[in-house]
Design a protein around this ligand. Structure first.
Ligand SMILES: NC(=O)c1ccc[n+]([C@@H]2O[C@H](COP(=O)([O-])OP(=O)(O)OC[C@H]3O[C@@H](n4cnc5c(N)ncnc54)[C@H](O)[C@@H]3O)[C@@H](O)[C@H]2O)c1
Length: 312
């Protein structure tokens, strides 16, 4: 029998998770307290699946869409499900309230996962009878095209919950990783934060233009990072591998680490300097067009990576 997921919240992330699970053959119940969001989610899922077909990333979009039920009532959405993925706004009190409701109404066998970007599960699951089945499963926007999922349990999350999460997200085509101990920003946003904080310093202090900094990532670091991580990268950047790399370059990195970009690069004055350097902000219409363009480029890149992985 098909497995069923309740997706709580039909915003950017909830509608994308619905696409992921429906595409993989799951029955999906998507719920939101704003009817307009459910309508917008239906349009988004239909359009995205149709476009994914052209890149070979989905097949039979009508059947996938038909597997998604749009359910206004949270209790109805979670009745009898195997999995719950919560995607409400990033407000701890809201997560606490909704997880209490999920724990009461979802079957005790269901895992309760949160998409939270930055709130550790211990801050909103501690008081629950079913806290051992709660876990953070943090995606990257948009999860139907960017497959990483960071799994991070609270100290009371059962190892079995983590094991089930690893299996389920892999089964639906994502790439789950385990964050072994709770920490602010999990892994991905800590890495992104290190890069962005330095970028804010370099542009804010006038070392480089935003456009040239973007090129440095897009046509430099990021080109390799699309298929190999930083450790795999440095392994090839010294004849003797990682140990040799550290021996050759650790003095340089130690000097950099001794003079980190200060927290003040995120203050209003520097944010304004960076904003001025970036120039006129995009209009909403331009941002919408760029989002569609980004998703098309991502689809082509994901399709390319899959093809390369298969031919290796
Ligand atoms: N946007 C991102 O880049 C991103 C990436 C990874 C994780 N996340 C996380 O995912 C979660 C959702 O983010 P988003 O960007 O989809 O937000 P969003 O604002 O696009 O969507 C939130 C949805 O929740 C609905 N909602 C609010 N209160 C509700 C309630 N009480 N009951 C039912 N529905 C309710 C809203 O109507 C809205 O549709 C957040 O925890 C966020 O940190 C976001």
């Amino acid at each position: 029998m098909d497995k069923t997921i309740a997706v709580i919240g039909a915003g950017l992330i909830g509608r994308a998770w619905s696409t992921v699970f429906a595409r993989a053959g799951w029955q999906v119940r998507l719920t939101d307290n704003a009817t307009a969001q459910l309508d917008a989610a239906r349009d988004f899922i239909a359009a995205s699946l149709a476009e994914q077909v052209t890149h070979g990333l989905a097949n039979d979009p009508e059947a996938a869409l038909a597997r998604v039920a749009f359910v206004p009532e949270l209790r109805t959405a979670v009745a009898g499900v195997d999995w719950v993925q919560e995607n409400l706004p990033e407000v701890v009190e809201l997560k606490q309230a909704v997880f209490a409701e999920l724990d009461r109404h979802a079957p005790t066998s269901a895992v309760l996962a949160s998409s939270t970007s930055a709130i550790p599960a211990s801050r909103f699951t501690g008081a629950l009878a079913g806290r051992a089945r709660c876990i953070v499963a943090h995606p990257v926007n948009p999860p139907h095209l960017v497959p990483i999922v960071e799994l991070c349990g609270a100290p009371w999350t059962a190892p079995e919950t983590v094991a089930r999460a690893l299996a389920v997200y892999a089964e639906v085509g994502q790439v789950p990783i385990v964050v072994r101990k709770e920490l602010d920003g999990f892994i991905l946003n800590r890495l992104q934060g290190a890069l962005l904080t330095e970028a804010m310093r370099l542009v804010g202090e006038g070392y480089v233009s935003p456009d040239d900094l973007d090129k440095t990532v897009r046509d430099g670091l990021g080109l390799r990072w699309a298929f190999m991580g930083p450790f795999a990268t440095i392994e090839l950047n010294a004849p003797g591998g990682v140990a040799d790399y550290c021996a050759r370059y650790s003095d340089f990195y130690r000097r950099l680490a001794a003079n980190p970009a200060p927290a003040s690069v995120w203050d209003e004055a520097n944010a304004k300097r960076v904003g001025d350097a970036l120039g006129t902000p995009h209009s909403q219409a331009q941002r919408d067009a760029r989002t569609r363009w980004r998703d098309r480029r991502l689809m082509a890149l994901v399709a390319h990576k899959r093809q390369q992985d298969q031919s290796e």
